[in-house]
Unconditional design. Sequence first.
Length: 152
Amino acid sequence: MAQTTNDVIDTLNDLLENSRDGEYGFRLCAEEVENSSLRTTFSTRAAECAQAARELQELVIRLGGKPADGGTASGALHRGWVHVKGAVGANSEESMLEECERGEDAAVARYRKALQQDLPADVRALIERQAQGAQRNHDQIKRLRDEARAAS
């Protein structure tokens, strides 16, 4: 069944909030880790999520919608947990990578859900491209987590 423009905007706004969650989460993890290589990885991922959010926001506006503000409540809780871990000294590389992987699991699931919708071709193309990026992020974070786990 074809979606209305409002349905498409809702789907895009869900992904927009998700992208902001990723940006904020990766940025927080970059602040919490000491390893400069990992800090760079997290900062790069944060910038990529910010770019995805801008693309989604522009598309929402182009479709006549109002872009969502901020991220999701679950994303805020997740970042709070990461911050608490850092405050109590539980911010090992492995721990931060586990939290990032958890966030990327959620991102990949949201993109998969969005791609199950009947979307206009241009919207689908953008979401497919971003979904591939989310999967690449997930796979890289998982690989780094596995390496950190093996080293500990």
